[in-house]
Ligand binder design. Structure first.
Ligand code: DAU
Length: 342
């Protein structure tokens, strides 16, 4: 397939580009706006690759999207382009609506008009909202609780409407908390790992007892690939790691693996609208022959090693725009936070 993969310089997108190029004969055009978390270093090893082209641009740019689909005879679109960080969505919701809803709409319409034969929308389990007990199924009501997850839900239902209305062959994946190498250090695991390496405080929101299901990026990309190739049009597929952990437990594991003291932990003011627990039932995707392969403790150790061995990758990020964001998000909270056990 000739594939247009949007957001391919980001975390999940760049892993997916590498996976698809190495495992098949696909030709891939990566479209990425290279905003704060898009990073060409994530694709650096693909310079000169005969089946890959990189284009810098915005998914909201309709003429550009149409031209790329035409010129590269695109047959499939995978939309990984998104504003993804919940905390940032509380500061600037409009940019989330623009990219996650309007941008998805531009891709859908351009793809439909050009007769593209596959459209995969990479979404999130956060569209289900906070799940106190049990697991979210694909048919559950959507109850997003942040501008981030609400904008992703908007993109999802828009995509699904293109199947209902036009029979445009859309599939949607809803992944859980993904971790691994190359993840921008605003997210929980890379933030805590890089802070701990530098003996900086680790800001745990609220009581730290919120639960997430951790999914290795390799397993997530394998799930996306399976849905791309074998998913039924008009269908949603949950992708989860089956590794439910409380945040406090993960933070303690990170500190233990790095040989650092629990004194680095700080309980800070909670995130407004914080989902207490997320968990998904992946039976539908398992039915396509996929299952997660990487046990959390193994994946976490490998991820820690990657951050230890790639300091220049994350130090460059943490010394740039990120500093201002971090200051705004955490300085006051950390000053007022409480230590573990106090
Ligand atoms: O479930 C999939 C979603 O997981 C993705 O769609 C999102 O793009 C991704 O950001 C993630 O959402 P979360 O809000 O769960 O991820 P985050 O890494 O921000 O936080 C994970 C948990 O850790 C959450 O309960 C909030 C908590 N946390 C996070 C940060 C950044 C802290 O306690 N302290 C922090 O500084």
């Amino acid at each position: 397939m000739n594939i247009l993969l949007t957001g391919g310089a980001g975390f999940i997108g760049s892993h997916l580009v590498h996976r698809l190029l190495s495992r098949s004969e696909h030709h891939i055009v990566t479209l990425d706006a290279l905003r704060y978390s898009g990073n060409l270093a994530n694709l650096g090893d693909l310079d000169g690759h005969g089946r890959h082209a990189f284009v810098r641009g915005d998914i909201c740019d309709q003429p550009l999207v149409e031209a790329l689909i035409r010129e590269h005879r695109i047959e499939g679109i995978i939309n990984c382009a998104a504003e993804t960080h919940v905390d940032r969505s509380l500061l600037d919701p409009a940019s989330f609506v623009r990219t996650n809803v309007v941008g998805t709409g531009v891709l859908l319409e351009a793809g439909r008009r050009a007769g593209v034969r596959r459209f995969l929308q990479v979404s999130t389990d956060e569209v289900y909202g906070s799940v106190e007990t049990g697991m979210s199924n694909e048919g559950d009501l959507l109850a997003p609780r942040s501008p981030y997850s609400a904008s992703k839900a908007g993109g999802d239902v828009l995509a699904l409407s293109y199947w209902a209305t036009y029979r445009f062959p859309v599939v949607v994946t809803r992944g859980t908390n993904t971790y691994g190498p190359n993840q921008y250090p605003e997210k929980f695991i890379p933030l805590f790992v890089t802070n701990a390496i530098d003996d900086q405080l680790l800001p745990l929101y609220g009581d730290g007892r919120q639960c997430r299901d951790w999914l290795a990026v390799e397993d997530h990309c394998a799930g996306i690939e399976q849905v791309l190739l074998h998913g039924e049009a008009g269908t949603v597929y949950n992708v989860g790691g089956g590794n439910e952990r409380e945040n406090l437990t993960v933070a303690e594991q990170i500190l233990a693996c790095l040989g650092k003291s629990k004194d680095l932990l700080r309980f800070v003011t909670d995130r407004p609208g914080h989902d207490r627990r997320c968990a998904v039932d992946c039976s539908r995707l398992r039915g396509l022959g996929w299952s997660p392969q990487i046990p959390f403790e193994e994946g976490l150790r490998a991820t820690l090693r990657w951050y230890q061995e790639h300091e220049s990758w994350w130090r460059r990020i943490k010394s740039g725009e990120f500093r201002q964001y971090y200051e705004e998000q955490y300085r006051r909270r950390l000053e007022e936070g409480t230590a573990c056990g106090s």
